[in-house]
Design a protein around this ligand. Sequence first.
Ligand SMILES: O=C(O)C1=C[C@@H](OP(=O)(O)O)[C@@H](O)[C@H](O)C1
Ligand SMILES: C=C(OP(=O)(O)O)C(=O)O
Length: 434
Amino acid sequence: MSDTAGWPAPTPVHPVEATVRLPGSKSLTNRYLVLAGLADEPSRLRHPLRSRDTLLMAQALRELGAVVADDGEDWVVTPVPRPSGAPGPEADEHPVPVDCGLAGTVMRFLPPLVAVSGRAAHLFGDPRLHERPVAPLLQALRDLGVRVDDTDGGFPCTIHAGPVPAGGEVALDASASSQFVSGLLLAGARMRDGLVVRHVGSAVPSRPHVAMTVENLRDVGVTVDDTEDLVWRVAPGPVGGLDVDVEPDLSNAGPFLAAALVTGGTVHVPGWPQQTTQAGDVLRDVLDAMGADVRLDPDGLTVSGDGEVYGIDVDLHAAGEVAPTLAGLAALAVSPSRLRGIAHLRGHETDRLQALADEVGRLGGHVEVLEDGLRIEPRPLHGGRWHSYADHRMATTGAVVGLRVPGVVVDDVATTSKTIPDFVGLWTRMLDGR
Ligand SMILES: O=C(O)C1=C[C@@H](OP(=O)(O)O)[C@@H](O)[C@H](O)C1
Ligand SMILES: C=C(OP(=O)(O)O)C(=O)O
């Protein structure tokens, strides 16, 4: 099937009964890569996610002088060489090019890493990346003494070579993205005085992702004090190497688990962690509220449905990643839904609120965009073209809707390569019961 023809989302006639082995977490893989790049010794990442976002992060580390070797199973990382003294003017002459694609993690984690590497880098990405918010992070780096040239407050930008920032305290507004905080914290231990990051502004979204950053820093021996709300204190000190198994990506489990509800079947995801900082773990509660039977056992998560999906009223400020899947599911429900706390999704891979309203609307559904989220009123849907907007989660949401609605054609399913390259293979095998 050519790209212009699109991908006809399958509408199964039987309930799904499948075990789905999901690839590793994007958020964990990219944090581990950054920490491995900053470490004092080599690291090994087992079961890393190999997708566009993580391959770009690996390539960015290489541009900065690290070695990221793929031995076919694991990634073995030799860190970015530490700067020896203040760089001379020649260090600024050839900034290394860093393609960030459409990856928020690369866009927001790399500038602080570059700043402590003593090197110069030119960071750029897809046209849409240049619209995604990053100004508060770049300003925080300037406040720490880093020279940054940006484009109207955003990307493309150049981080100039200079002495490693001394650190201290920096205040910024992270209400547009938790990744501003995570990016600064990840590099904080490399600053002479460590780093205190203080959030000022309305609420920080995706707080589990900040907790993940703190936990991963502690994993490599960095001391982080997060006892004061909205203030994170990273102590200066060594960064240990990693030998870690990357958990499966729980947010990417969403569409597959949704298939159990929509078709009245059962989907089992092996390796679902018993405890995790991944935001996608919220799916256990939300899918339960939408009518699923949800069981977490030592060997994984099992979700079953009876084909009837109930609407929900839920605040997803902490886990906006799962909102597109849930919006797709809500469009197939027997009662209306309200998804709250997700205004920041306007700055994601696309304006997800508008995109969901437009695509469900195109199939005859009704999704109202509100200031902080969506109101979804289920209506009978018909087939049609589903636009992906270069957004992996929009593409997979089209697949969820197609489970119930014949004739849904996802225009660019290949865009799932951002975080789940074999989405079509996994989806097809799930529907085949393999
Ligand atoms: O740090 C991370 O790994 C992420 C944080 C969140 O970003 P925002 O806080 O910008 O929503 C999340 O949506 C994104 O998919 C991954
Ligand atoms: C918002 C997302 O990604 P990013 O890391 O590019 O911000 C996402 O994966 O839903």
